[in-house]
Design a protein around this ligand. Structure first.
Ligand code: ATP
Ligand code: MG
Length: 788
């Protein structure tokens, strides 16, 4: 173990070592720019706590921003600690939402929450829409009045109609600030109508046995506050701390409280983050939680127990990439300026191109990729390349172009995938099969695809179900069966409709039977892949969805993707071992079905903007949203769409709020700092926009790069010199790959390179080439960066 510990430190620079070996008690904040090794330090600190301070892995909580990041951390820890017999699977690691969900699943019954599923955004939106319909005209008027004055919950249209999305995020914000509807109402008379909606929204969730994402955190907070279920936790570590909200901060302290050292009551918490990379706009929370955390110690006179360390050596990117990122950020208001030093001697200027349309932009990117791939020795492979977009809609043109040119790619699935019609439809069916308690799921699927139930019938059924559930009945299919059988005097259906309803219920019943067999087999450890496949196919065709979507290749592919996710999904077994203190009663309470686990897990991933792809990224270009790229890195990064209206987005330009523009700037900063070696940027003129502004061409170049003048962009395959430079950098940037052998490179490619890359016939002799020249001498200037 001591060897592991010394290896850990020898891998790091002095400042990083200081972070890792800092005393385990108290608070530690590591505030540093991108690529400075924050995540690396966090992982090493976990390993150090385990090996040097003998903390058991099951007594440590680590929160990450995505599931992927959690998996990567586990993998790294496994490789560090596996040899010394430490079982890392006992670590409690994941996103806040997934950790909270796992805790609730196990202990929720202690606070009266059993059999709940996670509500996704579409469930939440549906509930709110319903509630809006029920508002009287006076209420709407009142809401609009207060909305206009001080709440931003109406659409930007002339009528000022209610915007359910904004309403939803307003309620979400209240919840994450720990404000319930009563206290919200008591703050201000003008909040009255909204607080009523808030109350009803909560009621609806409850009736449907749903927890929305905020509830997951909130209930978990109450759970750990009221019950000592986590009192064995000794250390909590948080990655991407700049994007935590109030509630998450409280959770961190609550998680860490159990083991607060008895002599000095002091939580052991390590957080790492970068205020410049805050892109989730929690009330400009860039620095807020760093200072709140400090205060938390200071108010109890524990200021000696909180330490802040900064790192400033960047190990990811070349000098030019850091320079341009810095120029972009320097214009940010209220920023603590910082300087990052690159670890690379050589560097390429970022390349910028201005195109005439989105299609041309995609074509340009595709050409650049093909050129990169044609470099000798497979110097750059498809998986070295990422395209980072501001909005998922930008991927359409790229996809078309990549398909045409046979560029293998993978769209890292973000929220957008889970909101596509075909995907939500099949998920709705899976949901309705997994639970008998959610009225919403029934109403969503009852008449989609159409089963000949009229609008009015559906409405009647809705209110009927509503009244039954309000009286405490739970089993929705039983109530529906009663209606179908004609046993109900209050609600009679025409024969055709009741036949259809019976058929629908029979279909669900038989799907549930299959599910029971799956659960049974799964518990016995029998392989269930084939059963799952049959089950999925059965649901897809019998629901009638197959008829709707199979005609469209794209939709069919997306359905296939969901199927694949299901086939490869296995519930997290780790939680069974995780909580040592759990009683058999707790474990029994936890029993839920396979499908419910799948749905909740997908919902949680959606929330953390995680990629859902089980596919390997090997041999493929990654296309991802910038939000989904946090914490990751690639040798080559493209950032397209650097146009006004895309980055910054149209929405944020219209809202004209400085805060949101600044957040877009940080978004771009996150994107450019993902690049290790080559950074390509591009913009295009939206033809639609320019038509309407025909007489006065609109400024299309994004304000964030407007003042930066790029030189012509020296592409690395332009000539021999640049290619050689690229070899040098890639050797450093990709230490895990086998090093490229320069000598062999020269002898093998001399002739080819001469003709291919050096039109001016300046190919140097081999001996000269051993001496790597300073590229500035050869006339390769960096992009000139100017600020007004
Ligand atoms: P971000 O803010 O983007 O999340 P980060 O600060 O978390 O960045 P890491 O992802 O931990 O940075 O590290 C960036 C890269 O630098 C990784 O490839 C990592 O392996 C490498 N790195 C970090 N520290 C060192 C070091 N001391 N020696 C060599 N490589 C290092
Ligand atoms: Mg990181």
């Amino acid at each position: 173990k001591s060897e592991v510990a010394s290896n850990l430190l020898s891998d790091l620079n002095d400042k990083q070592s200081e972070c890792v070996s800092a005393p385990p008690t108290g608070g530690l904040q590591i505030i540093a720019g991108p690529g400075t090794g924050k995540t690396k330090v966090l992982v090493s600190r976990v390993a150090y706590l385990i090996t040097v301070h003998n903390i058991d892995p099951s007594n440590i909580i680590v929160t990450t921003f995505t599931k992927k990041a959690a998996n990567e951390m586990l993998e790294r820890l496994g490789s560090i600690l596996g040899n010394v017999g430490v079982d890392c699977s006992k670590l409690l690691i994941g996103t806040f939402h997934s950790i909270c969900y796992r805790l609730l699943r196990r202990y929720g019954h202690k606070i009266g929450l059993g059999g709940y599923t996670v509500a996704d955004e579409s469930d939440a939106a549906l509930i709110l829409k319903d509630l809006e319909h029920d508002l009287s005209s006076e209420e709407v008027e009142q809401l609009n009045k207060s909305s206009k004055r001080y709440l931003d919950i109406t659409k930007n249209d002339a009528k000022g109609t209610l915007d359910s999305k904004k309403l939803r995020s307003h309620i979400s914000k209240l919840k994450s600030d720990g404000i319930d509807s009563e206290s919200y109402a008591s703050r201000d008379d003008r909040n009255l109508v909204l607080s009523q909606i808030y109350t009803k929204y909560q009621e609806q969730l409850k009736i449907n046995h749903l927890l929305d994402f905020d509830d997951c955190l909130l209930h978990c907070y109450h759970l750990v506050q009221q019950h000592p279920v986590l009192n064995f936790i000794e250390h909590v570590l948080v990655d991407e701390f700049q994007d935590t909200n109030d509630l998450q901060l409280s959770l961190v302290f609550e998680f860490a409280r159990g083991n607060a050292n008895s002599t000095v009551s002091c939580e052991n918490v390590t957080v790492v983050g970068d205020p410049d990379q805050s892109i989730y706009g929690f009330r400009n929370a860039r620095y807020v939680n760093f200072s709140k955390m400090k205060q938390h110690y200071e108010v109890r006179n524990l200021q000696d127990h909180i330490k802040v360390i900064a790192l400033n050596r960047n190990y990811r990117s070349t000098k030019d990439i850091l320079e341009i990122s810095e120029i972009i950020m320097r214009q940010q208001h209220n920023r603590i300026q910082k300087t990052l030093t690159s670890s690379f001697d050589h560097s390429f200027s970022p390349i910028y191109a201005s195109l005439n349309s989105a299609i041309q932009e995609a074509r340009w990117i595709s050409l650049q990729i093909q050129a990169l791939l044609s470099l000798p020795d497979k110097l750059i492979k498809y998986q070295d390349i990422a395209i980072l977009v501001r909005s998922a809609s930008q991927t359409r043109c790229l996809e078309n172009e990549f398909l045409r040119n046979r560029v293998p790619y993978i769209i890292v699935k973000g929220r957008a995938f889970w909101t596509r019609k075909e995907v939500t439809s099949i998920m709705d069916y899976l949901k309705v099969i997994s639970t008998k308690y959610s009225k919403i799921s029934y109403l969503k699927t009852l008449n989609y695809p159409k089963r000949g139930l009229g609008e009015k019938t559906l409405k009647n059924m809705d209110s009927f179900l509503e009244s039954k559930l309000a009286k405490g009945e739970r089993d929705v299919p039983m109530i529906l069966q009663d209606i179908a059988n004609g046993n109900n005097k209050l609600l009679r259906l025409p024969t055709k409709a009741s036949n259809e309803l019976s058929k629908y219920l029979r279909f669900l019943e038989s799907a549930r039977d299959q599910l029971d067999v799956i659960d049974d087999h799964y518990q016995k450890g029998v392989d269930i892949t084939k059963l799952l496949e049959d089950f999925f196919d059965f649901v897809y065709s019998e629901s009638g969805l197959k008829k709707e979507f199979d005609g469209d290749t794209n939709q069919k592919q997306n359905i296939e993707e969901v199927k694949k996710q299901l086939l490869e999904f296995r519930p997290q077994e780790d939680s069974l071992r995780m909580f040592d203190g759990a009683t058999s009663n707790d474990i029994a309470e936890e029993h839920r079905n396979f499908l419910q686990e799948f749905i909740s897990s997908m919902g949680l991933n959606e929330q953390s903007l995680d990629d859902q792809n089980s596919q390997s990224v090997d041999g493929k270009v990654s296309v991802s949203t910038i939000h989904g790229s946090k914490g990751l890195e690639w040798p080559v990064v493209f950032v397209p769409g650097l146009s006004e209206g895309i980055l910054p987005s149209k929405f944020c330009i219209q809202s004209d709020q400085e805060d949101s523009v600044e957040e877009e700037r940080r978004c771009l900063y996150v994107a450019t700092t993902r690049a290790k070696t080559l950074l390509y940027m591009s913009s295009y003129i939206d033809s639609h926009e320019s038509e309407t502004h025909f007489r006065s061409p609109i400024e299309h170049k994004s304000r964030f790069i407007k003042n930066i003048s790029f030189d012509a962009g020296r592409v690395p395959f332009e000539n021999w010199w640049t290619l050689e430079k690229l070899y040098q950098i890639m050797n450093l940037a990709c230490p895990l790959q086998s090093k490229f052998d320069l000598d062999a490179f020269y002898s093998t490619y001399e002739d080819r390179l001469k003709s291919l890359y050096d039109k001016e016939n300046k190919f140097p002799s081999s001996s000269e080439s051993r001496h790597i020249p300073n590229f500035e001498d050869r006339g390769f200037k960096s992009a000139k960066l100017q600020i007004e």
